[in-house]
Write a protein that binds this ligand. Structure first.
Ligand SMILES: Nc1ncnc2c1ncn2[C@@H]1O[C@H](COP(=O)(O)OP(=O)(O)OP(=O)(O)O)[C@@H](O)[C@H]1O
Ligand SMILES: [Mg+2]
Length: 511
């Protein structure tokens, strides 16, 4: 029978475990309790490391055992306690601590008991003590088995936590390697691409960056015209000189000229001081004429003159000023068509169109989408201090989407999802409703649901599976106006299967 002192130690152990969440400190406390109250010489709490599959000492001793190695390893292997009354007579005793056992006057006994979760041994609790008698050894074994029982549940929590931590770290590392490969692909900071189309553009940009050749960037809104313009500047020897952007569509027509060329004091009412124009400010650097298709015809001819003569005159002055600027222009309009219609000067068009670069819309280079997703998830996770990964299912869905607003829309979407996400992994449920709706409208409804179901097989965490299933069913019901037969068809299930799951997940049948 257990002695009073042993019961009291058991009580104190349970109390300590429920008080503090600091696992290593608690384990140390338990070791101390055992050795001081029960006069154990040494207490070993060993735990199976799930990653190395070795039994390792938890108390900071440099001890580890393979399965079946020594007495401790045998307890791990067979899952039963082993008691050695006199270790000096036991060949299997490894004495890893190198204690001087031979010269001891008293016999030393060793007891090792398994720490189990169900049938699985997750650790071994072992002690050594001065030999008393056989009956007392049995009582100590019984007592230690109880301690091991308490430790089991406790250490499992710890191991689960460590495994999860490790998994997240590995996923992060994986993301990082992916990011590194992305970066090395374009070699330009802030530009992520994998598609041949964009990599070719990157090549062109690298080649023309250090010339003064005018570049005309065209493409839909949000494809990256401005990032490429900046990249050209950064890659050129003008990098440490100004990069000045003029949005030709945003400045009122009568102000555009003074913005570009500056003015002298008194040039017009309100011109109280002399002001330099953007061309002068950009001297030695680059001027980025954004939305060039929106430049008024009259100004187009003035711009043409600057491009030809490389000199400007401030408003209200006849003095010419030499300027050395590199011109990059961008537009989402079709300039060629505008030339035909007479709204854009043909000569200016040819002046600008020295190096034409057309950036295709995202839907025509879907290979870039996964890379961009990883890049933005990483970027915004850091910005908003969240640890986030993204499910493969979501990457597939977003790759499927048409992205009318191109990279800008994708970027905004990811930022929003990162901000709103409450879990550690972005997936189906985090998709904004409008995108979800458009994806469904693509008459891919069935496919989307099937993909969602694919996820069910992929993920092994039961809670997530159920959540996904529940949401897929709810959506299908909504989609089919709560006609179970229709919903079942969408889901690729029988109506009976759907009804069963509605009951299981408590989904009401709305009218
Ligand atoms: N390849 C890319 N890698 C990373 N980010 C990108 C890439 N392309 C575009 N972006 C990002 O997408 C957003 C939109 O790009 P940008 O402003 O260059 O588009 P734009 O073509 O100038 O659009 P608009 O015609 O509407 O002005 C920016 O925040 C930019 O950083
Ligand atoms: Mg732009």
């Amino acid at each position: 029978m257990l002695e009073k002192i042993q019961l009291s130690v058991l009580y104190n152990i349970s109390k300590a475990l429920s008080m503090s969440p600091d696992i290593p400190k608690n384990i140390e406390y338990i070791s101390n309790l055992l050795s001081s109250y029960l006069e154990y010489e040494n207490v070993f709490i060993n735990v199976v490391n799930p990653f190395t599959q070795e039994l390792e000492n938890f108390g900071g001793l440099d001890l580890s055992y393979r399965r079946g190695e020594g007495i401790t390893g045998k307890v791990w292997k067979y899952g039963v306690p082993i008691v050695i009354p006199d270790v000096s007579k036991e060949e299997g005793f490894l004495n890893k601590l190198r204690r001087d056992l031979k010269n001891k006057k008293e016999k030393i006994s060793f007891i090792a008991v398994p720490i189990k979760i169900g049938n699985k041994v997750i650790g071994v609790l072992a002690i050594d003590k001065i030999y008393s008698d056989k009956e007392s050894l049995n009582i100590h074994t019984e007592f230690l088995t109880m301690v091991a029982g308490i430790l089991g549940g406790y250490l499992k929590l710890y191991l689960d936590f460590e495994t999860e931590k490790r998994r997240i770290e590995e996923e992060k590392k994986y993301l990082q390697t992916q990011l590194n490969t992305i970066m090395s692909k374009t070699g330009i900071e802030g530009i992520v691409a994998k598609s041949k189309k964009i990599l070719e553009i990157v090549d062109i940009i690298k080649n023309v960056a250090d010339t003064t050749a005018t570049v005309l960037l065209t493409g839909e809104s949000g494809v990256g015209k401005e990032v490429f313009a900046k990249a050209i500047h950064k890659l050129s020897s003008r990098a440490d000189k100004p990069f000045i952007k003029i949005n030709c569509a945003a400045i009122p027509e009568d102000l555009l000229e003074s913005e570009l060329f500056g003015y002298e004091k008194g040039a017009f009412t309100g011109a109280h001081t002399t002001k330099k124009g953007k061309f002068e400010l950009a001297n030695g650097g680059t001027i980025f004429l954004d939305e060039i298709g929106d430049m008024p015809l009259l100004l187009q001819s003035k711009l043409l003159r600057v491009l030809q003569e490389k000199e400007i005159e401030r408003l209200g002055s006849s003095k010419t000023i030499k300027v050395d600027v590199r011109i990059i222009a961008a537009t989402n309009k079709n300039l060629e068509k505008m030339v035909q219609e007479g709204t854009f000067r043909e000569d200016l068009y040819y002046r600008l169109n020295v190096i034409p670069i057309y950036i295709p819309p995202l839907r025509e280079r879907k290979e870039d989408i996964p890379m961009l997703i990883y890049y933005f998830v990483d970027k915004f996770s850091k910005l908003y201090r969240k640890k986030l990964t993204v499910s493969k299912e979501l990457v597939d869905l977003l790759t499927d989407y048409e992205w009318p607003g191109n990279v800008r829309e994708l970027q905004n979407t990811i930022e929003r999802m990162v901000i709103l996400s409450k879990s550690e992994k972005l997936d189906f449920k985090d998709l904004p409703a409008d995108i979800r709706k458009k994806l469904n409208e693509k008459s891919k409804t069935r496919e989307v649901y099937l993909k969602a179901q694919g996820e069910i097989q992929e993920i092994k965490l039961p809670k997530t599976v159920q959540q996904i299933e529940k949401e897929a069913i709810e959506r299908a019901l909504e989609e089919s106006n709560y006609v179970i037969k229709k919903a079942a068809k969408l889901l690729g299930m029988t109506p009976r299967q759907v009804r069963y799951r509605m009951e299981k997940y408590n989904i009401p049948l709305k009218k």
